[in-house]
Design a protein around this ligand. Structure first.
Ligand code: KG4
Ligand code: ZN
Length: 316
């Protein structure tokens, strides 16, 4: 089954064709660099860019895959969550092609897409615990089978990626902040004392706004006193606090639910500190850990095609 997928929930316009949930025939991703000028995604600018680019990205993908729309069996499109104006561009494109070529259109949840990005590179073993960490979401999800999702916990305030991006803005290192702070953290040591917020002992929920505020306060106080902070050490301290919380909650969930696999999903799954510390923890527990290759961690349409494939199978 060949699925054409469209992703336009935030600042990536992407089109992919994936065969049987596994074989990527094309995965074209256009990233809107313009948001770097503003230090964050501007929703109106994002939807306008999607409108301008969607036809080109569709054409590029179909040309690369050497396919016509007649060869496609189904269309999958990100329907939620995301920026409403941006989502609409992808959904309208999907519905238009579906109508013109008489193909079924399936509405896919973006988070499920991030989880299924892992399937492009490895199979799933159930029960499975997924740690979804992106710019908009932070969730621990339990899966007992394909396309069965139980949210065990989620952030009560900021998403991890959001906290990275805000801290990066305060430190003055550009957007998106996650990859930049990750690189800086490798050059520094966690010398600053920051809160590792774990909430109630048995809670699977997260909170990152206190940690973010602690970094911002530290930075502002230093400015007032004309002191300079070591930004690499600050990045290392921040990353240490984030990773410690993420790993300890994931370990708790994996242990309590007898997980056979833990997977990382979403943009922050690219984080080197998180990958390293989670690997150490899962090696100790003898639980398989998977995470997508860097290019499949951030938003792309191939992951939406895979989620669409399993969604269609679950609906049968
Ligand atoms: O999944 P994604 O592409 O978009 C959303 O669905 O939100 O995630 C983007 C987020 C951004 O906040 C970015 O700073 C973060 O992922 N990110 C990282 C790294 N690479 C991307 N955060 C920490 N370390 C990284 N290496
Ligand atoms: Zn995403």
């Amino acid at each position: 089954m060949k699925i054409l997928a469209i992703e336009s929930s935030c600042d990536e316009t992407s089109v992919a064709v994936v065969e049987d949930g596994k074989k990527v025939l094309t995965n074209v991703v256009y990233t809107q660099e313009i948001h770097k000028l503003y230090g964050g995604v501007v929703p109106e600018v994002a939807s306008r860019r999607h409108i301008e680019k969607i036809t080109y990205v569709l054409d590029a993908a179909m040309t690369e895959a050497k396919l016509s729309y007649d060869d496609i069996d189904m269309i999958a499109v990100t329907a939620e969550p995301g920026l409403i104006g941006s989502l609409m561009v992808g959904v309208n494109a999907a519905k238009t092609i579906g109508m013109a070529y008489q193909k079924p259109v399936i509405m896919v949840n973006h988070i499920y897409g991030h989880i299924y990005a892992n399937y492009l590179e490895s199979d799933f073993l159930f029960p499975l615990v997924a740690l979804v960490v992106s710019g908009g979401h932070t969730e621990l999800v339990l899966m007992n089978d394909h396309f069965q999702f139980e949210v065990l916990g989620e952030t009560l305030d900021d998403a991890v990626g959001e906290a990275y991006d805000k801290v990066a803005r305060v430190v003055g290192v550009g957007y998106p902040g996650g990859p930049i702070l990750d690189k800086m953290a490798k050059l520094g040591k966690p010398t600053y004392k920051l809160p590792h917020i774990k909430l109630a002992k048995d809670s699977y929920n997260f909170s990152f706004s206190g940690l973010k505020s602690a970094v911002i306060n530290l930075s502002n106080k230093a400015k007032d006193r004309n002191e300079t902070l070591d930004n690499n050490d600050l990045a290392a301290s921040f990353q240490d606090a984030v990773v410690d919380v993420l790993v300890s909650k994931t370990v708790m969930a994996a242990t309590n639910y007898n997980a056979k696999q833990v997977l990382l999903a979403g943009g922050v799954a690219a984080n080197s500190g998180l990958r390293e510390k989670m690997q150490e923890a899962m090696d100790q527990l003898k639980i398989r850990l998977t995470y997508p290759s860097i290019k499949n961690c951030t938003d792309n349409a191939a992951m939406i095609a895979v989620a669409g494939y399993f969604q269609a199978k679950a609906m049968k």
